[in-house]
Design a protein around this ligand. Structure first.
Ligand code: SF4
Length: 306
C-alpha cells in the first residue's frame, strides 16, 4: 500500500462519474457501488456484502409476512391489499400483466403495509418508498430464477442511483415531495432490475432516467401525515413504472434528457412545490373530506376540507 493517503478510485457524485468508472474498470454499476463502499467505509468486501445480506433478509421477511396477513394498521387505512393482490395473481382470473409484475405489486404493498403495521422493514431509501426496490428486485429474481448474487447486484446498483439523487437533490418527501421518495425508489429499482436482467450500465441509467422522469412533480400529501395513503399503493404502481422503464431501456430506448439533468429538474421542482404539498398534510389528498376524517380520528387540529 502506498502510504496513508491511498487514492480513492471509486468515488462518484453523478451518473456521468458512475458511467466513467464503469467503463474505466470494465465493471457493472453494482461493482462500482461495492468498491465505493469498501474504500469509503474502510470495510472489506465480505463485510459490505454481509450488511446487504442482512437487509435482504429483512426485506424478504417483510414481503413474506405482508402477503400473508390481513392485519390492519391502527388507523384502519391500510392492511390486507398485498394479500389480495397476491391471491389475484394466483387465481385463474383474467390478467393483463405477467407474473413478475403482479407479484411485484403485491410485494410493494406488503412492505408498505408492514411498515404501517409497525413491522420491520428496510428504509431503502426511505420508509415511504421502501416497497418499490425490494418488490422489483425480488419479483424479477423469482421470475427470471436469478441467484442471490444477482439480487445483491440489483440492490447495489439501486443504491448507487439513490446516492446520486441524495447527493444532487433529496430523498425526502418533506423537501422534494413524493417524486423524491417513490420517484427515487422507482429510479433505483429500474436500474437494479436492468442490471440483474443483463442490461449494460448505460441501459441501467436509461431505465433510471425513464422512471424518474415519469415521477417528476409528484406531491407528498398523505392522509393524516402518515405513510399509508397514498404511499403504499403508490409503491405498487411505482414498481410497475420501474419495470416499464427497464423494458424500454432493454428495447434500446434512451432518455432524451440525461439522468443527472433530470435529478436537477427534480430538485428544482421540489423547491417550487408549495409547502402544503411536502409532507405537511395541509393540501391535496390530505385535506379531502376523507383526509379530514382521518385528521379527526388521529387527533390532528381540524382544517377546512376541499
Ligand atoms: S406521499 Fe409523502 S409520505 Fe407518502 S411515500 Fe410519498 S413522500 Fe413519502
Amino acid at each position: 500500500m502506498a502510504g496513508h493517503h491511498k487514492k480513492m478510485k471509486y468515488q462518484f457524485k453523478t451518473s456521468a462519474d458512475l458511467l466513467k468508472l464503469a467503463a474505466k474498470y470494465k465493471m457493472p454499476i453494482s461493482e462500482i457501488a461495492i468498491n465505493y463502499e469498501i474504500e469509503t467505509f474502510k470495510k472489506n468486501r465480505k463485510e459490505i456484502i454481509e450488511k446487504m445480506a442482512r437487509n435482504l433478509m429483512i426485506m424478504r421477511e417483510a414481503v413474506k409476512k405482508g402477503v400473508n396477513t390481513n392485519k390492519k394498521s391502527f388507523t384502519g387505512m391500510s392492511g390486507g391489499n398485498a394479500k389480495k393482490m397476491y391471491q389475484f395473481y394466483e387465481s385463474r382470473k383474467q390478467k393483463l400483466l405477467n407474473k413478475t409484475a403482479l407479484v411485484a405489486m403485491s410485494y410493494a404493498m406488503a412492505t408498505g403495509e408492514m411498515n404501517a403495521a409497525m413491522g420491520r422493514i428496510v428504509a431503502f431509501p426511505t420508509a415511504g418508498g421502501a416497497g418499490t426496490v425490494p418488490a422489483g428486485i425480488l419479483s424479477v429474481a423469482e421470475g427470471l430464477r436469478l441467484s442471490d448474487n444477482k439480487i445483491f447486484a440489483g440492490l447495489f446498483t439501486a443504491s448507487a442511483i439513490g446516492m446520486i439523487i441524495a447527493e444532487n437533490a433529496t430523498l425526502a418527501g418533506a423537501e422534494g415531495g413524493c417524486q423524491a421518495e417513490v420517484g427515487s425508489s422507482a429510479a433505483m429499482a429500474a436500474a437494479g432490475i436492468t442490471e440483474m436482467r443483463g442490461g449494460n450500465s448505460a441501459q441501467c441509467l436509461n431505465a433510471a432516467a425513464l422512471a424518474l422522469k415519469n415521477m417528476l412533480g409528484l406531491t407528498c400529501d398523505p392522509l393524516g401525515g402518515l405513510v399509508e395513503v397514498p404511499c403504499i399503493k403508490r409503491n405498487a404502481v411505482g414498481v410497475i413504472t420501474a419495470i416499464s422503464a427497464s423494458e424500454m431501456a432493454m428495447a434500446g430506448i434512451e432518455t432524451f434528457v440525461p439522468f443527472d439533468e433530470i435529478v436537477k429538474a427534480m430538485k428544482n421542482i421540489g423547491n417550487l412545490m408549495a409547502a402544503e404539498l411536502k409532507e405537511t398534510a395541509l393540501g391535496g389528498l390530505a385535506i379531502t373530506p376523507t383526509g379530514c376524517k382521518i385528521r379527526k380520528k388521529i387527533g390532528l387540529p381540524p382544517i377546512k376540507s376541499l
